[in-house]
Design a protein around this ligand. Structure first.
Ligand SMILES: NC(=O)c1ccc[n+]([C@@H]2O[C@H](COP(=O)([O-])OP(=O)(O)OC[C@H]3O[C@@H](n4cnc5c(N)ncnc54)[C@H](O)[C@@H]3O)[C@@H](O)[C@H]2O)c1
Length: 259
């Protein structure tokens, strides 16, 4: 008998997933969510001790997980780590989550800062996707989820963040283009565009109560997001439940982009 069974559609049993920037924040939450759906995990992070902490947490729940010290700005480190993952089995899922923001007025932004953000948020996403796709193509299937942002689909407005906003906008169209190019290989490529999420990433912003009040006021649901509110959408896009979804950017934004 046919019919939708959520236990099957959302199950990642037997699948292997890489989460970049999985050492803390959203990446750690996503790693836990994917593991609880049945996947084994590979945590790529430039902060080796943070990656190990996430692995310890995953192991404590009985999940299989490995830590890899990887800077997503380094092609050789990415390739080396992906080879190590591939030697243990298929690469089924890649979550391109590592990200960087340097919030400065555009008029004063040094080229080195611009290039540093592009290297992690755009080039890093491309390099990880390209390397994973080489393995996924050999296996005839795969699912990639990129972390974009509401800042990639709006002009922001509360503080200047030009390099971040440019890269997140680019990630959304990279997602569409790779989805089209790799669809014949059975690889789906999607993105999520979260609103502000309570992590260290925005601590300099959330430490300012006036700014938080303005973020809340700009959001129809009236508040910023917690990590777990972002995880479900990512697990969904990675899972067989989204088998007909590709090239899509899912806003998880409390209505920010609906205005
Ligand atoms: N927090 C938010 O408000 C928010 C909103 C929208 C989108 N995002 C996006 O979500 C993603 C995760 O954000 P977060 O809030 O969890 O950040 P975070 O700063 O809490 O965690 C980021 C993790 O990525 C790692 N990392 C950073 N640069 C790296 C690199 N070059 N190579 C490998 N690892 C690296 C860090 O060591 C850290 O473990 C980012 O892409 C960010 O742009 C965050």
């Amino acid at each position: 008998m046919s019919g939708f069974d959520p236990k099957i559609a959302f199950s990642l049993a037997g699948q292997s997933a890489i989460v970049t920037g999985g050492g803390r924040g959203i990446g750690r939450g996503v790693a836990l969510g994917l593991a609880r759906a049945g996947a084994s995990l590979h945590i790529f992070d430039r902060d080796a001790s943070a990656a190990h902490e996430t692995v310890t947490l995953l192991n404590s729940e009985g999940h299989k997980a490995h830590a890899h010290k990887v800077d997503v700005g380094s092609e050789s480190e990415i390739e080396h780590a992906m080879e190590a993952v591939a030697s243990m089995g298929a690469i089924d899922i890649l979550i391109n989550n590592a990200g960087l923001a340097i919030r400065k007025p555009s008029i004063d932004l040094p080229l080195t800062d611009w290039e540093a953000v592009l290297k992690v948020n755009l080039t890093g996403v491309f390099l990880c996707a390209r390397c994973a796709a080489r393995h996924m193509i050999a296996n005839g299937k795969g699912s990639i989820v990129n972390l974009a942002s509401i800042m990639g689909l709006s002009g922001g407005g509360l503080y200047p963040n030009i390099s971040y906003q440019s890269t997140k906008g680019a990630v959304i169209n990279l997602t569409r283009a790779l989805a089209v190019e790799w669809a014949p290989h059975g690889i789906r490529v999607n993105a999520v565009a979260p609103t502000w999420v309570r992590t260290d990433f925005i601590k300099p912003l959330t430490d300012n109560p006036d700014l938080v009040a303005r973020m809340n006021a700009m959001t129809p649901l009236g508040r910023i997001a917690e990590i777990d509110e972002i995880v479900g959408g990512i697990v969904y896009l990675a899972s067989p439940a989204a088998s007909m979804v590709t090239g899509h950017t899912l806003a998880i934004d409390g209505g920010f982009l609906a205005q």
